[in-house]
Design a protein. Sequence first.
Lengths: 211, 211, 220, 220
Amino acid sequence: MDRKHRIAARAAQELRDGDVVNLGVGIPTRVADHLPPGVDVYLHTENGLLGVGPAPKPGEVDPDVVNASKLPVTQTPGCSFFASDLSFSMIRGGHVDVAILGALQVDAQGRVANWSVPGATVLGVGGAMDLLVGAGRVIVTMSHTTRDGQPKIVQNASLPLTADRPVDLVITELAVFQVTETGLVLTELMPGATLEEVRRRTAAEFRVQLA
Amino acid sequence: MDRKHRIAARAAQELRDGDVVNLGVGIPTRVADHLPPGVDVYLHTENGLLGVGPAPKPGEVDPDVVNASKLPVTQTPGCSFFASDLSFSMIRGGHVDVAILGALQVDAQGRVANWSVPGATVLGVGGAMDLLVGAGRVIVTMSHTTRDGQPKIVQNASLPLTADRPVDLVITELAVFQVTETGLVLTELMPGATLEEVRRRTAAEFRVQLA
Amino acid sequence: MKQKILSKSDAIARIRDGMSIMVGGFGLVGAPLELIDELYRQGQKDLTVISNNVGEPGKGLSRLLEAGRIRKAIGSYFTSNPVVGEHVLAGKLEVELMPQGTFVEAIRAGGAGIGGFYTRASAGTLLAEGKETRVIGGQTYVLEYALTADVALIRAHKADRLGNLVYRKTARNFNPVMATAAKLVIAEVDEIVEVGQMDPEVIVTPHLYVDIIVQREGAT
Amino acid sequence: MKQKILSKSDAIARIRDGMSIMVGGFGLVGAPLELIDELYRQGQKDLTVISNNVGEPGKGLSRLLEAGRIRKAIGSYFTSNPVVGEHVLAGKLEVELMPQGTFVEAIRAGGAGIGGFYTRASAGTLLAEGKETRVIGGQTYVLEYALTADVALIRAHKADRLGNLVYRKTARNFNPVMATAAKLVIAEVDEIVEVGQMDPEVIVTPHLYVDIIVQREGAT
């Protein structure tokens, strides 16, 4: 299992039977492949479908069934289609139990920056801000550092924040942090990771409460 | 044709082919019986039906098809059912072309009091305030005076107003008033009525511009 | 799959004294009458009821009112039940009245994560007294806040086992929007079908809004 | 009965230079591509486009943008079309960006007679700079105003001759809400049926919202 799948598998452990879940692009998309037995979740996509199924087989693509990344998906039994206003009412109103999102940075309070890349003109926000304020629980799944090894968990975000609300859990290939009112708490080391490595690659203060 | 039907028939002349119309209780309900030939209108009821038909025959009552007075009605071809939130979005959003309502009083600016009877504890408002601010055009149909002969068109309403927006037209058994930015304008006498009688039974200032 | 189908007694047993309860229906049309009867039977009291009307004498919510179990009623049209007036005059019932469009919009806001909104309805009237206003585009709007509740009792026509709902004709009214705005949503339905037997294009209330499904006992 | 069925050229001829136009679709899914192509053909310019995205290079709204006919774009996610960035950098396009939920809620407000509303989305972020906020229930909400337009171009699956509409799967997206918020609503549809052939329980957009129906020419 590669690094991204390990992160996704750890995130899947957080889901409970019956949860309505919104998955962001990238690592979050893979969470659906790692659900524990007996856990049925219902995938919500903000463009108007509750009950997203896996990607269609070649030749079975319905161009009117896509996810928020505009990629073809399938529909599951018991699904429903709805307009964007109801879809965001679900999100903002707290009816999506869990949102699993990627992030560019997480700050020491657990707040996320994930919508605006450095330097570029800001041209897209999409549903990220609504998901971050509205979802029952928000889980960030991401690589612990950038491609060139810079920490993504930082004391203060240099990129613009996506919301004033902290997320609940941050999962990387090295560690799991719970976000509390007093900041980040390291609660798990991922297999093979050491506390020393996490400290070296993290630029935010955090407390350690390993089980 | 009795007095109430004459008022309703005059109001029906105001409707245009394709109009979406919301009819209040009392005289307004009868407007549907007096539509000119070639004029198709679509009756909206705020409890969630566009395309209200006439009262059902005995034995053909569907208890789930009622109007805003909770009376059994029928549905017409091309009708649609919807929830109350969409129904009032239609009303407030200006998508109901014409509302025809009764009134307890109309003031010299053409504002209406029709929701709260004198002296009683205020216990009901229903859809009246939404219709008065939202409908494209508002027509009041009412008897010119109260049962005991008191004017209902008054300089200042003694009853609480239903909205700050003036209505567009007031039709009684004696007269038709257009409401302008500068107040009421008497534009028609109903058959048999005289200007003198209208003056005597009206307690608000109005201008006269009979055709 | 979560088991959402419960008996009406188990469903209503989740309601505690002092809770706020949204109840669907326009008059008795589309009102969850079996759930209301069960609530009457179980005896919960000191309730705040959020409903367009409060039943009719001897029927629906009025039975709870007559038994002195409703402390406050929030809605739009109570005139059709004279019992409401009697209880208000006797100081036994607090009433909060709003335009019907404001009432349903406030519930929608509660379910949609909207904290408040500006409506033209009631501007310049008695009902807007003491409320904040704002001029937008040259017209006066009244600020109204979201309404939510502990429980919503709603009536639908059909459910699947997941909790997807469809309604019947004008019995739809306030039910779908109340389903969005309460912590616990209990739906009384005529019929329960298997998952996959409802057309995904016509579902009005997606299952994420529904916690408990109760099969009606009476003929529909 | 009013005749609402028009050719696409007659329908689009109602659009004038300088108008604001809502355009349905999430990316190209559910976008009224034949109406957009006709608008491209007819040459109207100086347009304000209100749409979640602005097409893809060479496709949909992007053709209008590439031809310099869009002055301003209001939406939520323009990143997927690099042409937008080029035009913004060149000073040829003004952009107003909002969270997707705020975008659709503002359009709903415009269609529903709501002047403005408070949302949590964007509170404390760059997008809320300069906007009014209000603390409700201990949390910060941002005030957003209603959005309306001169014209809405939408895509539906089926219409009846009155203008009642149903949609297909995730092609529904912004179309029903945009149908409520513009003075002139033009719907591009796959199929037109007679009045009475649509189930009144499943109509998504009642006919009062629709002014003109255009039958698609292309295969669906």
